[in-house]
Write a protein that binds this ligand. Structure first.
Ligand code: FAD
Length: 408
């Protein structure tokens, strides 16, 4: 049995940022990470808003020095139409640029920053069970991939286990997502794109020519390679007997926009698949613990909001953990869950409007007032917590009204 102040499950973006912030505040932090880094993770296009959280955690120099692909906006394509947002033209002040990152390397770099800040990261150590005392301290059952099994006592527990969803499963916190079960098939390619109009500084989101709820991402890296993926409801793929590799190529061949860009692409990496990833919980906290990032709610990949939400949750939770350990009163609902939900709910409205089609019409419309466009752009850049932006304050109402204007 060993002890720590704060145990964190998972060394992804949420866990690493929370650990660095808590170490800076003088706490003993232990991260239990079941994998060995660098390890593959999906979620490669960052949003400018998350640069603020990276900076707060003292990781900006290391991330900047890594020479990742620069990103300054988002581009969209649908049946020959195009729409593009430049993040410098956004309503909210703050970083306008960010990076597109191979997550294996990015997560490794930020985990190393957390270690340099003082976190003890135990790679290859998996949490298998957790129990809580009445005072809220926890006892974690851990098994290492070297065959060791041991317990760790913590004064506070942060679950940053992503799709591992350790506490939601163990404490029966799972609740259905607002979104249907979707599936994504993806890989990395040598893109060989020679089209001079293609902007490597932007993520490209392409909509299927026939089905508005089927879309692709093309995320360029800085080494002539891209991440390419397709997202659809599970039934869309299940109707076919093709292998996943064939399904991805067949989906790409259905899009003239992508076919033309990727005509010389080399498919040199095995295809991966993830499905049923949209998830939610009954509560983001309980006595002695809080859920960060994907261990809480995950909406959808379409606006690349996952890492930003994960890091936002870490920056909101870290000071509250410090206060809790100092025996100060903390109302986790009003100080953590509700503030986090502001941005999550903004993205929720965007995701709903995307699949319903109205946001796609807004994106391709030429009918925008410049100020309104800046407000929409701010959300695409991740500034979903800026309540001065009317599209954050009343996202559903504003999007509906804008969709009407764009239809006119
Ligand atoms: P993770 O990054 O998943 O980290 C969790 C860590 O916990 C992992 O390292 C895991 O090994 C560890 N762990 C799990 N269980 C245990 C256990 N029992 N014991 C110990 N360790 C454990 N987001 C973006 O920002 N941009 C994108 O472009 C984007 N694209 C996406 C595309 C798809 C198809 C999907 C499904 C998601 C995408 N996301 C994207 C979302 C993004 O992947 C996640 O939101 C983000 O990685 C969440 O970070 P996290 O720290 O919460 O969890």
């Amino acid at each position: 049995m060993t002890t720590t102040d704060i145990a964190i499950i998972g060394a992804g973006p949420a866990g690493a940022v929370a650990a660095a912030l808590l170490c800076k505040s003088g706490h003993r932090v232990t991260i239990l990470e079941q994998s060995h880094f660098p390890r593959f993770s999906i979620g490669e296009s960052l949003l400018p808003q998350c640069m603020e959280f990276i900076e707060q955690a003292g990781m900006l120099d290391a991330v900047t020095a890594a020479n990742f692909q620069f990103k300054n906006g988002a581009a969209f394509a649908r049946n020959g139409q195009s729409g593009s947002f430049d993040f410098s033209q956004k309503f909210t002040r703050g970083h306008s640029n960010t990076f597109q990152v191979e997550r294996a390397r990015f997560d490794h770099i930020i985990a190393e920053c957390a270690e340099q800040a003082g976190a003890d990261i135990r790679y290859g150590h998996k949490i298998t069970d957790v129990s809580f005392t009445e005072s809220g301290s926890s006892e974690l059952a851990i098994s290492s991939d070297q065959g060791a099994a041991y317990s760790l006592k913590a004064k506070f527990l942060l679950d940053a286990s992503g799709f591992g969803r350790v506490l939601p499963r163990l404490l029966d916190l799972e609740t259905p997502s607002d979104f249907p079960s979707r599936k994504s098939i993806f890989t990395h390619i040598k893109d060989n794109i020679s089209d001079e109009s293609y902007d490597r500084n932007k993520i490209l989101i392409v909509i299927h020519p026939e089905y508005k709820d089927v879309w692709y991402w093309l995320i360029p890296f800085n080494n002539g390679r891209c991440s390419i993926g397709v997202v659809a409801k599970e039934e869309f793929f299940n109707a076919s007997s093709l292998s996943e590799d064939e399904l991805l190529k067949s989906a790409i061949s259905a899009s003239p926009d992508l076919c033309s860009l990727l005509q010389k692409a080399e498919y040199d990496t095995p295809v991966r698949m993830i499905k049923g990833y949209s998830c939610n919980v009954k509560s983001l906290w309980g006595k002695g613990y809080a859920l960060l990032g994907n261990a809480g709610e995950f909406l959808d990949p379409v606006f690349s909001s996952g890492v930003t939400i994960a890091m936002k949750s870490a920056t909101l939770a870290a000071p509250l953990v410090s206060k809790t350990l100092a025996n100060q009163t903390v109302d986790w609902e009003s100080q953590y869950a509700l503030p986090l939900k502001i941005g999550v709910d903004t993205f929720r409205s965007y995701v709903s409007a995307w699949y319903e089609g109205s946001l796609q019409n807004i994106i391709f419309s030429k009918n925008h007032q410049p100020k309104t466009r800046e407000m929409v752009c701010s959300i695409l850049a991740g500034y979903a917590w800026d309540t001065e932006n009317p599209f954050v304050e009343k996202p559903d109402r504003r999007l509906k009204a804008l969709a009407q204007i764009c239809r006119a």
